[in-house]
Ligand binder design. Structure first.
Ligand SMILES: [Zn+2]
Length: 287
């Protein structure tokens, strides 16, 4: 007869109690009642405690590495309803990796990253994060999970020689968002404009040049004293391209957050190359 665990016994006992003939289930081949068997097995619990203690010992150095830590957001709390300036993060676990790999075949990368963020952060709903904050948090997560070095390989634009570069996530500079980035004077109308910055969930509103122009007024909170969306939309249609260009740059490519590129000199020809920092295939591997 194979050994039964307490869990198995509980399951069988549940099955028995719901079966149409409860009498049959109360006796097992070998004579012992379920009750008696479970009682005898519960005497073995000190052994399980030993297992727990042993595991605890093996994981003693992992505990604080798996702890939640706080990360200051580049947006500085200027963009969120409760002025949250930071988010709590914890490293990826085996379970997170497993989830990612099982989802990788079916979902789009954005959905996968979002569910990963949801698991590993606390304090702010990840769908409301600005794209800049989101990228920053992802790189922080990678840093605490796999280490600070982020391998990037790049082909020289001049001589095509491949360089394997090791970027340090900590060394990347982060520019905090300032109030002046969101309230400024337009160059031609000389009106003061106040803008809102897009969130991850807004991407469909501006991911093509047409939708960007059609929806720009939704990200303009105020022009002069006017907050009426219809008037603001009409203003956008009638003002100069220089005003529009200022609004477009400030709203859709704001200059805050983590550095998004770096330079290196090619070993082959000494050409200075610019490399964009993006999530690459090394993102979920140890460096
Ligand atoms: Zn080169």
């Amino acid at each position: 007869m194979t050994e039964k665990t307490i869990v198995d016994l509980v399951r069988e006992s549940h099955k028995d109690s719901t079966s149409t003939s409860p009498q049959e289930g109360s006796k097992r081949p070998g004579g012992a009642s379920l009750q008696g068997q479970a009682e005898r097995m519960s005497e073995n619990i000190p052994v399980d405690k030993g297992v727990e203690e042993a595991l605890e010992k093996l994981l003693q150095n992992v505990r604080n590495k798996m702890a939640w830590s706080e990360v200051k957001l580049p947006s500085q709390g200027l963009l969120y309803p409760n002025n949250e300036t930071s988010i709590r993060i914890r490293p990826f676990t085996f379970e997170d990796e497993r989830l990612l790999k099982s989802q990788a075949s079916q979902d789009n990368p954005e959905t996968i990253l979002e569910s990963l963020l949801r698991n590993c952060t606390e304090g702010i709903d990840v769908t409301t994060l600005t794209p800049h904050d989101k990228v920053y948090v992802l790189f922080c997560l990678r840093g605490i999970s796999y280490g600070d070095n982020y391998p990037i390989s790049h082909d020289c634009v001049n001589c095509k020689v491949t360089s394997n570069l090791d970027m340090s996530i900590k060394s990347l500079e982060t520019t905090p968002l300032k109030r002046e980035d969101m309230v400024f004077t337009l160059p031609d109308s000389l009106m003061e404009a106040e803008i809102k910055l897009p969130r991850g969930q807004d991407e469909h509103l501006w991911n093509t040049p047409e939708s960007l122009m059609a929806n720009m007024h939704m990200f303009v909170y105020r022009v002069g004293e006017i907050m009426d969306k219809t008037i603001i939309e009409a203003f956008i249609h009638k003002t100069t391209v220089r005003d529009i260009d200022t609004l477009r740059t400030r709203i859709f490519t704001p200059e805050y957050g983590m550095e998004n590129h770096f330079f290196y000199n090619c070993k082959g020809c000494n050409h200075k190359n610019k490399v964009d920092i993006a999530l690459n295939e090394s993102f979920f591997t140890a460096s």
